[in-house]
Design a protein around this ligand. Structure first.
Ligand code: HEM
Length: 454
């Protein structure tokens, strides 16, 4: 059979090259693959769920097996999720695996992104994969948001109302955009079916296409590697694609699916029957979104209720924390490879050898500070829960977090910078031969003489 294919496609030559392609061997290079395999699990469990889910907001009377809700008016969408949870065989475990896979998927992308950032793997020639990657992250967030809203339960409905208000707050175009997307004033009959089309067709197509291009670029550019014996900017030291990389990745895929299935089988997630159907006039606290949009919710909770008037135009308060700040954050993140290249006067130099975080204290400090801003904002999304736990008024907790969101990242920057400097200094060993002469261990494992620091 292979001969038949080779006769017609000349496959042997490029297959031989491909199968022999060398991949560097390091655990941190598996993070992107974990994201990839979560995506595989999401698609498989998602297909199962679409067989039973009804994307319809029409109100019907629930008469399924969950007694506390029997006789209640719910949407057909919520009803179908209840049936998936209580009546469809394997329905609940599939729902749970799908939800856990979504949470782990975005976490794997973020950790992958952090690996790329702190080792400088975004530098020339890999800026293109960084840009594609940011696109993939945004698509993953949109997938999460649209998927999370499909059950039409009280918690996700509340989340959707917040999204509607943030869209509405955009100056000039807000009301038009909100009506265009939601189909009128929230809640609308159309929104569930529109979210469904986005969640099962448009966004997955873009995501799968984007991942395909991402991996193709990786294949063309070859993978970067950490400095070490025999490794240079012009080679790759590692193992061949076949059999090592393929077997390792297959093992990782099975492990990822196994862990997600275990989580789906053992740990309850998104029990919509405890929230009940979305009824616009009711909302309950505490109401927290999934972790990957926590920072947005936190920003909305911390931002003071001020309305800025510019050139006679009043800018509603959700706009700055809900649109402007995230917009600035993602723009800086997207352009970072070019900002750093400019700051470091990189010119056209290529980087196939990675940095250790200590090698670039400025980048590491900025990365740690940015990460801490996200962490603090995500914590702020639980300001009411934290206030409850520590028995302090929620206003006090909110004000403390308003200060912490600035102080903690600033301290984080200083500490990270300091640690980098110490780690770099720690590589210096006085020889006693000439106190002025110091030795430094090189990444290649050798030693070189360097000037002692001032
Ligand atoms: C659905 C989301 C994503 C998937 C499935 C994915 C998958 C992968 C895989 C499998 C690799 C090779 C192994 C590795 O280095 O981990 C990789 C490399 C890479 N990814 Fe991603 N990725 C995703 C998102 C991102 C994001 C958000 C960024 C950055 C913003 C990014 C930037 C890169 C870069 C620059 C490389 C080359 C790394 C190198 O050569 O060292 N990726 N990606």
């Amino acid at each position: 059979m292979l001969g038949w294919i080779d006769d017609r496609l000349g496959a042997a030559s490029w297959a031989r090259t491909g199968l022999r392609k060398i991949f560097p061997d390091h655990w941190s290079f598996l993070l992107g693959e974990v994201a990839l395999f979560c995506l595989v699990v999401l698609v498989l469990t998602g297909v199962f769920l679409t067989l039973f889910y009804v994307p319809d907001a029409t109100a019907i009377t629930y008469n399924g097996s969950f007694a506390p809700l029997q006789g209640q008016q719910v949407s057909a969408a919520f009803d179908s999720v209840m049936r998936l949870s209580f009546e469809v065989k394997a329905g609940l475990v599939m729902r749970q695996i799908h939800h856990w896979a979504a949470l782990v998927f975005v976490a794997a992308i973020v950790v992958h992104l952090l690996r790329i950032f702190f080792t400088g793997a975004f530098r020339r020639p890999r800026e293109i994969n960084w840009l594609i990657g940011i696109g993939l992250l945004l698509l993953a967030l949109a997938m999460g948001l649209t998927g999370y809203s499909l059950p039409d339960d009280l918690l996700s409905g509340t989340g959707l109302r917040i999204v509607y208000s943030v869209v509405l707050s955009i100056p000039f175009i807000g009301p038009y955009l909100a009506f265009l997307v939601f189909g009128g004033e929230f809640p609308t009959a159309q929104i569930i079916s529109r979210l469904f089309v986005f969640h099962v067709m448009l966004l997955p197509a873009l995501l799968l296409g984007g991942v395909g291009i991402h991996l193709a670029v990786l294949w063309i550019q070859k993978h970067s590697q950490y400095p070490g014996p025999g490794r240079t900017e012009h080679n790759v030291v590692g193992k061949p694609f076949w059999p090592s990389q393929v077997l390792k990745s297959t093992g990782l895929m099975i492990l990822t699916a196994a862990v997600l299935s275990l989580m789906g089988g053992l740990i309850q997630i998104n029990p919509v029957w405890t929230y009940g159907p979305f009824i616009p006039t009711t909302v309950s606290a505490p109401a927290q979104p999934d972790w990957y949009v926590g920072w947005l919710d936190g920003a909305l909770r911390l931002f003071p209720p001020i309305e800025v008037t510019l050139l006679g135009i009043t800018i509603p308060s959700p706009f700055i924390p809900g649109v402007l700040l995230p917009g600035i954050a993602f723009t800086v993140m997207t352009l970072w490879p070019f900002i750093e290249a400019r700051l470091m006067h990189e010119g056209t130099r290529e980087h196939n050898l990675l940095d250790r975080p200590r090698d670039n204290p400025l980048r590491t400090g900025i990365g740690v500070a940015a990460l801490l801003v996200f962490v603090m904002l995500t914590l702020a999304a639980g300001n009411d829960v934290v206030a409850l736990v520590f028995n302090v008024p929620v206003e006090t907790m909110t004000n403390m977090m308003r200060i912490a969101v600035f102080v903690v990242p600033a301290v984080g920057f200083g500490v990270a910078w300091r640690i980098c400097e110490e780690l770099r200094r720690g590589e210096l060993h006085p020889l006693g031969r000439d106190p002025g002469v110091m030795l430094r261990r090189t990444p290649e494992g050798g030693f070189e003489e360097v000037e002692p620091p001032d």
